[in-house]
Write a protein that binds this ligand. Sequence first.
Ligand SMILES: Cc1ncc(COP(=O)(O)O)c(C=O)c1O
Length: 368
Amino acid sequence: MIKLSRPNINDSDVAAVTDVLYSESLVQGVQVKSFEDELKAFISSENIVAVTSGTAALHLCLMELNVGPDDVVYIPDYTFVATANVARVVKANIVLVDVDLDSYCLSPEAFSKRVAETRHKYEKAYVIPVMEFGCPIKSVDISAICHSENIEIIEDAACALGAQSDGNKIGSNSRYSCFSFHPRKTVTTGEGGFIATNDENIAANLRSLRNHGLKPDDKGGYCCEKAGLNYRLTDIAAALGRSQLKRLPDSLQTRKQLAAFYYEYLGSNKKFRLPADIPGHSWQSFVVQLPPDRLNLDIIKKMKDKGIETSIGAYSLSLQPAYASLDDTELVNSKHLARHGLAIPLCHTLCEEDIKNISTSLINSVEE
Ligand SMILES: Cc1ncc(COP(=O)(O)O)c(C=O)c1O
């Protein structure tokens, strides 16, 4: 079976983890600190706060901002459910926004329209643009409207470690940029994530919130200033991440090459619409759009019969029971992607021949 993706684990990763296991320092110690420093250098961010998952990263940002029931969070409808779940658990109001069919990310036009329709109803407003599948959309595209309407941006860059916009890594200059180390990401720690922020105070608050809300007091001890959670990353996970981070530049290069092969073998076939080849994409996943008369769930079964694992790309939140009560009138692209978007294999073990065969199998599955 050709797998959709595989974690890229080698003997150095295993040795790094084993060393930590014998070191007797397992939780948020030297490894986490070094990992944060190395991520800081890689991204050119001023502050990195490691946490237990991408979801934890998003949740901590909303907690740091005191987002609550009087507030609104604008969220692209096509994403992983975690993007909206964190807004729901802090009891914020959610407004779903349609996405763009080239980038699969928040559509600036749809966002602008939804803001005009709804912003006046709420005290504070936030938007969580998602860098879907590693696409480095620029918050700049929505920053003018966010500025004029006083909307804070929290980037969901869960899939976008190493992605670049105009030569700058995503997370290099934002107040809240959240990343994931889930095994389907380009660097994995099993479970893990982090927040990149250019603001020293935000970083200090996030560090406190990930550790139960504890902060150093003036008597040399700690006090709990604000209720926090335990979102501390382990040193075991950080050691694995540090070892993997060394290979990230090569891995990004490999993924870019594999994506180029998909453009070569599928690009001229009119049945498919491929994602826009946006410079600086980190290609966490490669998601194609099937013809409107072909459902992704049917093609997934056909591909499985041919020995190839594929999956849906992401969810349309409005089609999920948890979000069914939200206004879903203008989410046409998102719903289209939820039904016709297909993630096809992209992982370091594949070569040009594999991509050619996967492409041929996909064309056959659609034509059968
Ligand atoms: C867009 C997006 N946001 C958030 C998350 C949540 O990250 P994690 O699985 O690390 O909690 C994911 C994870 O897959 C994701 O794809």
